[in-house]
Design a protein around this ligand. Structure first.
Ligand SMILES: CC(C)(COP(=O)(O)OP(=O)(O)OC[C@H]1O[C@@H](n2cnc3c(N)ncnc32)[C@H](O)[C@@H]1OP(=O)(O)O)[C@@H](O)C(=O)NCCC(=O)NCCS
Length: 396
């Protein structure tokens, strides 16, 4: 591919663009272009290598990840301009109807929407997304049948960093996008012993090997919750599944970054409180955008927070469990140079628990960044759909 390929004059007639899949060389070119924006914590070659690595991890591997470009079909691959680009990740999802019946299907997560600076403001991202919204309706899915079809595409989701209107105009409706932020607290301040594996703490750290069982338990509970939500609201309810692959995608991405930034990977992936059947747990990931030079925005994200027996546990037991888990998260944030811990969209019991836990925290309604947005492909309108467990684990 020629070095000046990006400067090929794009066609001016709107109808001559196509949405298509990039070649390997075009994918690399896209990653090179996005490095200054999304990879300043890494050297250029490490960022590109990370993106290659991220095509091989759970969720993305075996065709789970798809890259897309908007280009000029009159030019051959590798010689055509990349006018705008993005990628999608296939995720498992469940849908419940108001009668409480639950079906399995697919949700596509969209990320990395990007137009090179020289092409901005000409409508290319609009065009890319309009075409993509339509394409994803059937992408990797089977045509809709009456009976449950595990390959039916229910929806596509994205997390807008450019506010609420751009994607809403194209059909992705903004959903609740709030979080609660907890400051880092050192082990010395909190009386916890991170260097000793949190020995003596009331909550226990979660390691890689414990995730599989926790994800299975979570999925079982979430199926019930989605069914209950649909029955009680009389609306269709949907949830992305926080299954092991979904969580591992975050953790392996995190490991890659940690290895480059710290030369080692963390062992504490979350924390759990209580005995089986009455547990509270959270799984988390550490995100570094500016590396250690520019720490603002470096965040410990609680990917998913679960209360195992919402009916059977007393609220003060849940409050204690949650508090002990967050204390470990705060300590980890200090250990790994993070600015805060974030938990997205706590609702119902968890909202009350956050308010009642007594820890210093701030509630934030996001207006410009990570706006959770959803386009519905099933029956009815997007506005008629309840998004259950709209938490950080779904982000990509
Ligand atoms: C956002 C981006 C993809 C838009 O690409 P583009 O090809 O210039 O977009 P279009 O020409 O189709 O549309 C321009 C629209 O984007 C809006 N826009 C661009 N950047 C924006 C920003 N930071 N905040 C809010 N709106 C923005 C413009 O206001 C304009 O709105 P309009 O459609 O109502 O006129 C491009 O600016 C970009 O790559 N930015 C850096 C990466 C990024 O932020 N990606 C989005 C991640 S969710």
């Amino acid at each position: 591919m020629g070095e000046n390929m990006g400067s090929t004059t794009p066609p001016s007639v709107p109808g001559t663009f196509i949405l298509t899949r990039p070649t390997d060389a075009e994918r690399r070119r896209t990653w090179s272009l996005t490095h200054p924006l999304w990879g300043p914590a890494l050297r250029h070659e490490d960022y590109v290598e990370r993106e290659v690595y991220l095509t091989t991890v759970p969720l993305a591997k075996e065709g789970g990840l798809s890259q897309w470009i908007l280009t000029d079909p009159s030019l051959p691959p590798n010689e055509r301009p990349i006018l705008s680009s993005c990628e999608t990740l296939r995720k498992r999802a469940i849908r419940a109807r108001p009668d409480g019946s639950v079906e399995d299907g697919i949700a596509h997560g969209i990320g990395a929407v990007f137009t090179d600076a020289q092409y901005r403001g000409r409508g290319y991202a609009n065009r890319l997304m309009r075409e993509l919204g339509l394409r994803l309706r059937t992408w990797q899915g089977e045509s809709k049948r009456r009976n449950s079809n595990p390959d039916e595409v229910f929806c596509s989701v994205l997390y807008s960093d450019i506010g609420k209107t751009f994607y809403a105009k194209l059909g992705w409706a903004p959903y609740p996008s709030s979080h609660v932020a907890f400051p880092p607290v050192s082990g010395a301040e909190s009386g916890l012993a991170p260097q000793d594996g949190y020995r003596g703490a009331k909550a226990r750290p979660i390691g890689y090997h414990e995730l599989a069982e926790l994800c299975c338990a979570d999925e079982r509970l979430l199926r019930e919750r989605v069914a209950r939500t649909a029955r009680e609201s009389g609306r269709t309810a949907v949830a992305l599944l926080p299954d092991l692959d979904q969580i591992l995608w975050h953790l392996m991405r995190e490991d890659y970054m940690m290895k480059r930034i710290f030369g080692r990977t963390p062992s504490v992936r979350g924390a759990v409180y209580g005995e089986k059947g009455r547990r509270v747990w959270a799984v988390w990931t550490r995100a570094y955008y500016g590396g250690l030079e520019k720490r603002e925005g470096n965040t410990l994200h609680l990917l998913r927070v679960v209360v195992e027996d919402e009916e059977g546990m007393e609220e003060r037991e849940v409050v204690e469990g949650f508090t002990e888990i967050v204390r470990i998260a705060q300590c980890e944030a200090t250990e790994w140079c993070l600015q805060e811990c974030q938990m997205w969209n706590p609702t119902g019991l968890l909202r009350r628990v956050v308010e009642g836990c007594g820890l210093e925290c701030a509630f934030v309604e996001r207006e410009g960044e990570s706006i959770a947005s959803l386009m519905w492909y099933g029956e009815g309108t997007t506005e008629g759909v309840e998004w259950v467990a709209n938490e950080k684990f779904g982000w990509c």
